[in-house]
Design a protein around this ligand. Structure first.
Ligand SMILES: [Ca+2]
Ligand SMILES: [Ca+2]
Length: 267
C-alpha cells in the first residue's frame, strides 16, 4: 500500500513535469548523529538522532524534492528501536520534518512521507516527496535541520545511512531517479560502553544495582564484578566509594539529583 501510494505520488510529480525540470538543483547535505560520545561513535542503549541539515544551493527556489534514504548495517545490526522525536512534524513514528519541511511549510501540494519496509528491522528505507505550486523552498537560507530520525540501538556494530534509487526497491518503479542530494553514505560505530549507574548491565537502574555493587565491594566472589569504572562514579567526584552508593539510593528513593558520571572513555 505504501509503495502504491509512493508510485502514485511520483506519478503525479512526473505528470506535472516538475521532477525532471527542477529536482536536480543541488541540495547540500550535512549529516550529524547526536549524541556521539566520540566522533563517529554512538552508545548502544542510549537514544540518539540522525539529523540531516539541508541547504538549497541552487539559483532559485526549489518547487519539488524527493529524498529516498536507507538505514542499514553492513555487519549485522538486525534492528533499531524507534524513538519519538521531541519536535517537528512526526511521520512513521520516529521521523521528524521541520523548518519548512513539515506542515504549513514549503510543500503545499504534496508533502508525503512513507517507508519501504520501515519496520525497525534493517534495512529501513524512508522517502519524502514534496511539491509546491507556489513559492517553494528558498535559496540562500543556509543549512537548516530538515530531517531528524530518532533511534536507539541495543546491538554493537556499524550503522549507516545512504541515498538509494527507489527504482531498485520495487520494480513498479519504471523510472530511475537521480539523487538530488549531495549526500554520501555515512556510518557510525555502535558501542555498548555501559550506562551510568547500571552496575549489573541489565539496562535498568534500580535496587538490583545497589545489591550488585554492595556485593562487589563486600563479597566480591560471585558474580564477577566487571563494570567500567566510569559508570560507577555516579557522583562524579573522582572517587568510587560508599558515597556513590548513597547517591544512588538518594536518586532512586529520595528524589535526589541525577546521576552525573564522568564522560565515558574515548576508545
Ligand atoms: Ca541495572
Ligand atoms: Ca564518586
Amino acid at each position: 500500500m505504501k509503495i502504491k501510494l509512493c508510485c502514485l505520488l511520483l506519478g503525479i510529480l512526473i505528470l506535472f513535469g516538475i521532477v525532471h525540470a527542477q529536482s536536480f538543483a543541488p541540495v547540500d547535505v550535512r549529516i550529524e548523529a547526536s549524541p556521539e560520545y566520540a566522533p563517529g561513535m554512538i552508545r548502544a542503549n542510549v537514544p540518539f538522532t540522525v539529523d540531516l541539515y539541508l541547504e538549497n544551493v541552487g539559483s532559485a527556489p526549489l518547487q519539488s524534492i524527493i529524498s529516498t534514504l536507507r538505514f542499514y548495517s553492513p555487519d549485522g545490526i538486525a534492528s533499531v528501536i524507534p524513538q519519538t522525536p521531541d519536535s517537528g512534524t512526526v511521520f512513521l513514528g520516529n521521523v521528524a520534518l521541520m523548518n519548512g519541511f513539515g506542515w504549513m511549510g514549503y510543500w503545499n501540494l504534496i508533502n508525503s512521507v512513507g517507508g519501504f519496509s520501515w519496520d525497525a528491522n534493517l534495512p529501513d528505507t524512508f522517502y519524502h516527496a514534496g511539491v509546491t505550486i507556489s513559492g517553494g523552498w528558498p535559496t540562500g537560507l543556509g543549512e537548516q535541520l530538515h530531517y531528524s530520525f530518532a533511534f536507539e540501538i541495543s546491538e554493537e556494530g556499524t550503522f549507516c545511512i545512504e541515498w538509494v534509487d527507489p527504482s531498485v526497491l520495487d520494480t513498479n518503479f519504471a523510472i530511475e531517479f537521480e539523487n538530488m542530494l549531495n549526500l554520501e553514505s555515512k556510518c557510525w560505530a555502535i558501542n555498548d560502553i555501559g550506562i551510568c549507574g547500571d552496575f549489573n548491565g541489565d539496562g535498568d537502574i534500580n535496587v538490583l544495582d545497589i545489591v550488585y555493587v554492595l556485593q562487589c565491594i563486600y563479597y566480591p566472589i560471585w558474580p564477577p564484578c566487571e563494570f567500567p569504572e566510569w559508570i560507577f562514579d555516579i557522583n562524579n567526584d573522582g572517587s568510587i566509594n560508599i558515597f556513590d552508593i548513597t547517591y544512588l539510593i538518594s536518586f532512586l528513593y529520595l528524589d535526589g539529583p541525577d546521576l552525573i558520571c564522568p564522560p565515558p572513555p574515548v576508545p
